[in-house]
Design a protein around this ligand. Structure first.
Ligand code: BGP
Length: 457
């Protein structure tokens, strides 16, 4: 039996744009997702857009009962910026009422809300002004964050600013997966810098108004693994570490941007525009805790035919296809639970053992109806095995002193996933798209209840 620390958080994560629905109703303004779907619906799996998603806007009270049914003691979701402040300034009263009731009901049910502020959902009004490229985004976000702390601070004690900031940077400005889908390294770095400062100024606002509880950020970081010990591969690993791990972890936890990262950016003419006082604010406002989303490791090798200055990340490090990898064929992601132990050790040894939790981990599987038994329950043993393997590695790290306080899966109820729509399913509950988003418990939900009740397995 592997037992986890007392008061360990067992739960799931989700986000406003992926679950709420009512995306064009109740006073919410458009986000880049709503607009992109309007412009290019063919880009989305089976033309499944962000409009209705899993309709949590209507079903949240029953969903919270479902959380209790499977032993969840915590839940992370986000507030939609475009719903709370449709024009960036004016408070949407209906949104306030919705989120207050949602968070109140979570608390009453003993499900601790962990509330995030940005999950890839840039309001369209701000995108039209340049989105994260524009310096206005920093102050606009800090205003939104302060508004959220003031409106919901009595109900929420665990806040996070961003979910996976690297994703909107990489997917929007380097790899073409998210709007505006452009490829421009310099812009990507500027977008990243503004995101970092938006985060820092939100932490500052949180501390200045003396909001209760703690504030953190959710990052998708994992130690990188190089193809070999050769100098070239190790150089590539170093660049990857700087750009995809230390770029956010160091300033957010240690209060500094690493010098080596600054040197690397200088070398490739990528230094962003900064403001006086930024450095001091980064130093003064580190986070109280970190959330780490972990799905797959990052394997790197020396770049092939790199150009200088770098045009994109592959001029600094290339991704390495490890021949011995195990793969989740539906999502195409490597399965490597050992990395969770390495993450735990990294947080302990390199980030002064700051409190952290696994804020997402999960397995997306397509056409899960294949695994439905006669009673209608999906027998997702693969998901249970996936969790067991990852929890075993996490437990090793905790045993060796890493300060991990929880494990959240992605996700609670099957949800909408950006361009992939509803293709890959991750939930403890199945969502029936043909039948008004009806929820049905999967076998993994029953297992999760035992896990939480026993505080281990
Ligand atoms: C994370 C995101 C989530 C979620 C998850 C699963 O990176 O924070 O929003 O979508 O990945 O990935 P996907 O939905 O792309 O299969």
């Amino acid at each position: 039996m592997l037992t986890f620390p007392n008061n360990f958080l067992w739960g799931s994560a989700a986000s406003a744009p992926q679950t709420e629905g009512h995306s064009l109703l109740n006073g919410k303004s458009l986000t880049t997702w709503d607009k992109w779907f309007e412009l290019n619906p063919e880009k989305f799996n089976e033309k499944q857009g962000p409009k209705d998603t899993s309709n949590v806007y209507e079903f949240y009270a029953d969903d919270i009962k479902r959380m209790k049914e499977i032993g969840m003691n915590s839940y992370r979701t986000s507030i939609s910026w475009a719903r709370l402040l449709p024009d960036g300034k004016t408070l949407n009263k209906e949104a306030v009422a919705f989120y207050r009731d949602y968070f109140e009901k979570l608390n009453e049910s003993g499900v601790k809300p962990i509330i995030n502020l940005f999950h890839f959902d840039m309001p369209w009004w701000l995108m039209e002004k340049g989105g994260w490229e524009a310096s206005e985004s920093v102050t606009a976000f800090a205003f939104y964050a302060k508004t959220a702390f003031e409106e919901f601070g009595d109900l929420v004690e665990e806040w996070t600013t961003f979910n996976e900031p690297l994703v909107h940077i990489e997917c929007g400005y380097l790899y073409g997966f998210h709007y505006p889908a452009i490829v421009d390294f310099k812009k990507a770095i500027q977008v990243g810098y503004h995101t970092l400062m938006a985060h820092v100024l939100s932490v500052k606002a949180f501390k200045e108004i003396k909001a209760k509880g703690r504030i953190g950020i959710i990052l998708n970081v994992t130690p990188t693994y190089a193809r070999s010990d050769s100098n070239e591969d190790q150089q590539a690993k170093k660049a990857a570490d700087l750009l995809v791990i230390k770029s956010f972890l160091d300033p957010c936890v240690l209060g500094t941007i690493p010098n080596e990262l600054i040197e690397l950016l200088k070398e490739h003419d990528l230094i962003p525009v900064t403001k006086t006082g930024d450095k001091e604010n980064i130093e003064m406002y580190p986070v109280d805790f970190i959330g780490i989303n972990y799905y797959q490791p990052m394997r790197v090798k020396a770049p092939e035919n790199p150009v200088k200055p770098a045009v994109t990340t592959t001029d600094l490090f290339a991704s390495y296809d490890w021949p011995d990898k195990r793969i989740n064929p539906y999502r195409g992601w490597e399965i490597y639970p050992e990395a969770l132990y390495d993450v735990a050790m990294m947080m302990k040894n390199e980030y002064h053992n700051i409190p952290w939790f696994v804020s997402e981990n999960g397995m997306g599987v397509a056409e899960e109806e294949r695994f439905m038994d006669e009673s209608g329950m999906i027998q997702d043993d693969y998901r249970i095995d996936f969790m067991k393997e990852h929890l075993t590695q996490l437990h090793r790290g905790i045993d060796e002193g890493s300060n991990c306080f929880g494990y959240h899966t992605w996700t609670f109820v099957d949800c909408w996933s950006w361009l992939n729509g509803y293709r890959n399913r991750y939930g403890f509950y199945r969502v029936d798209l043909e039948n008004n988003f009806e929820r049905t418990l999967k076998k993994s939900g029953i297992w999760f209840k035992e896990l939480s009740q026993n505080n281990g397995f």
